[in-house]
Design a protein around this ligand. Structure first.
Ligand SMILES: NC(=O)c1ccc[n+]([C@@H]2O[C@H](COP(=O)([O-])OP(=O)(O)OC[C@H]3O[C@@H](n4cnc5c(N)ncnc54)[C@H](OP(=O)(O)O)[C@@H]3O)[C@@H](O)[C@H]2O)c1
Length: 322
């Protein structure tokens, strides 16, 4: 009765939840009316479902998104289902540092508290592209934009945690694809070489970064005694808009081959919602979760604190010079 059997049958792990639990299941009975939650990429797939369910539980949701029109449509759908839902739509393009800074400035000007930051947005590309800041775009979006967003919102998270006495949380939506990072070494300063570009590797490495970022952040927050945690997760494999037209792996044809193992979108949003809200994870930080339970099996790269420190240094240097 190993992990695969438990996954396929939806058997619950120690948390009482498993692969078939939904975002509604894991948040049942949790009152989020005192919480403000920022969710990046809340226009589609996992982020959209996360926004819907957390708004239904009473949280004030800030949808940090790049397409305002789609954002307003999602907001309307949420308020149609939950008339009392508190949802704001704010522009954020993670592939542009200027946009991330503008989002953070606008968020701070609203003088809102911040209890939970969900770094959900993700990007993958079938071809080599540069961001407006001149960095390979998948890494720029998934790591550098997310790193800067987190950095700029961290003070608000810490202050809110201090003032309310309630733990702040940072939740990074990573992926098991972190295991497909470039073989032969993770080298952040060689990303801008188009001849080296492979779409699945670029994506995998950026998701590895989401885990390393959460782990290093957790260490730093612990050292300074902040009441804020940082964790990463794999949501499962879910047919969303993700990677469509960019990679065979995410095509409907490929996903149909593993249909038996796919999660629905409500199941795909469960681990995010669990980590964002469950009292069971109070005090847990720097961990990697799968199917709403701590998952200990990470790649050697993801368990490498020196690599995490190197990534931090590279990211810090990039955002401070661009
Ligand atoms: N689906 C899976 O099987 C799977 C597996 C493992 C991990 N994940 C991770 O789960 C997360 C959510 O993916 P999903 O499956 O829900 O995919 P999705 O339906 O494609 O949603 C991705 C979201 O990210 C947003 N986004 C992309 N680039 C952005 C940018 N530059 N700035 C701001 N937002 C941006 C998208 O905005 P637009 O609507 O404007 O495009 C969309 O809202 C991603 O981090 C992905 O890596 C997914």
């Amino acid at each position: 009765m190993g992990g695969l059997w438990a996954y396929l049958t939806g058997g619950a792990g120690p948390s009482g939840f498993g692969s078939r639990s939904t975002a509604e299941d894991v948040t049942a009975g949790i009152d989020l009316s005192s919480k403000t939650i920022v969710i990046s990429g809340a226009t589609s797939g996992i982020g959209k479902e996360t926004a819907r369910v957390l708004a239904k539980r009473g949280a004030h949701i800030i949808m940090a998104i790049r397409n305002l029109q789609t954002g307003e449509e999602v907001k309307s759908a949420i308020t149609a289902e939950t008339p009392k839902a508190r949802v704001d739509v704010m522009k954020l393009d993670l592939a542009s540092l200027a946009s991330v800074r503008q989002f953070a400035d606008e968020f701070k000007s609203r003088k809102l508290p911040l209890n939970v930051l969900i770094n959900n947005a993700g990007y993958m590309s079938g071809k080599f592209e540069l961001s407006v800041d001149g960095l390979e775009k998948v890494f720029a979006t998934n790591q550098i934009g997310t790193f800067l967003l987190t950095k700029l919102l961290l003070d608000t998270l810490k202050t809110t945690a201090k003032e309310t006495g309630e733990e702040g949380r940072i939740v990074n939506v990573a992926s098991e694809a972190h295991k497909y990072a470039y073989k032969g070494g993770v080298v952040f300063d060689k990303l801008n070489d188009p001849s080296r570009y492979q779409s699945n590797m670029a994506y995998g490495q950026s998701k590895l970064c989401n885990i390393l970022h959460a782990k290093d952040l957790a260490k730093r927050l612990k050292e300074e005694g902040s009441n804020v945690t940082a964790n990463a997760l794999h949501p499962g494999v879910i047919s969303t808009n993700f990677g469509k037209g960019q990679s065979f792996i995410f095509s409907e044809a490929a996903l149909s081959l593993v249909k038996f193992a796919l999660k629905t979108v409500p199941q795909g949003a469960a681990t995010t919602c669990y980590l964002a809200t469950s009292p069971q994870v109070n005090g847990l930080s720097g961990k990697y979760f799968k199917d709403c339970n701590v998952h200990p099996y990470l790649s050697s790269y993801a368990n490498d604190p020196e690599l995490a420190a190197k990534l931090w240094e590279f990211s810090e240097e990039f955002v401070s010079t661009h």
